[in-house]
Design a binder for this molecule. Sequence first.
Ligand SMILES: Cc1cc2nc3c(=O)[nH]c(=O)nc-3n(C[C@H](O)[C@H](O)[C@H](O)COP(=O)(O)O)c2cc1C
Length: 304
Amino acid sequence: MANLEVEYCGVKFKNPIVTASGTFGFGYEYNEYVSLNEYGGFGAKGLTRQPRGGNKAPRIAETPSGILNSVGLQNPGVEVFADVIMPDLAEKFDTNVIANMSGNTIEEYAEMAEILSDTDVAVIEMNISCPNVKHGGLAFGTNAAVVEELTKEVKKKCKKPLVVKLSPNVTSVTDIAKAAEAGGADGVSLINTLLGMRIDINTRRPILANNTGGLSGPAVKPVAVRMVHEVYNAVKIPIIGMGGVMSGDDVIEFMIAGARLVALGTGMFVKPDLILDVKRDILAYMDRFGIEDINDIVGTLELN
Ligand SMILES: Cc1cc2nc3c(=O)[nH]c(=O)nc-3n(C[C@H](O)[C@H](O)[C@H](O)COP(=O)(O)O)c2cc1C
């Protein structure tokens, strides 16, 4: 029997498939389509220190081979997750939960890491595509020195593996990945969405109420695969790859580029039970190439 089990930051995942934060709620909705136990783990909706209602609608706009979203981190707040949601998930399901957190300040991130460390989450993912409120609102994730300092401060309070989620909206993703590693991150995940805009030509106004939004879906996959490849060659910490996965072959592509875990995201909006096809396709690929252990394909890319 082919081995799909993967170890990531010292945590066992029964297979390398997880879900991308914000595309899967807290899992309950999708559990009606496929048991959460099918996944190696799942990424929960991005949490903030206080509850947030999110942005005004429209929050989603369709694009060729993708979507733009500006949900605005609607969530019940980290304390409700820690006190109510996570204990319930731990009781009902047998899969790893990856909490995802967003902060306005370094202190807020550190406080959330401390709260989440006392729960059953397997891994804490830190979304750094958030405005740094004390420093003019530029996203934390765009400045290597800030990323290193933020990671260092959060690590002091974090008792779980800390994964820094990288933004593609930067000049050099490898500089940011190296800064996260230097700050003590246990892993990195990439990519978050690419900043975009759509305009209604009749009203000459943006379609999204928030004017701009993040692009996800198959359109971003080549950018994501390229960045995973670059980051794999730049750091030693393990990678969660994501961006436009629609099939098992896409998962294999990310793993060859260097990802140890791969997340499904927007693809599940098209096919909520995508995980079942993905697992079947991965096993077929392994059978075709006589691969017994999925770990053997990670980072096996040979450049031309
Ligand atoms: C509707 C929506 C909400 C998202 N919310 C979050 C979030 O709360 N935190 C986060 O780190 N990423 C968030 N993301 C980004 C995804 O986790 C993922 O990085 C991105 O969508 C690329 O993967 P995909 O093309 O497979 O969807 C969101 C994406 C979408 C489409």
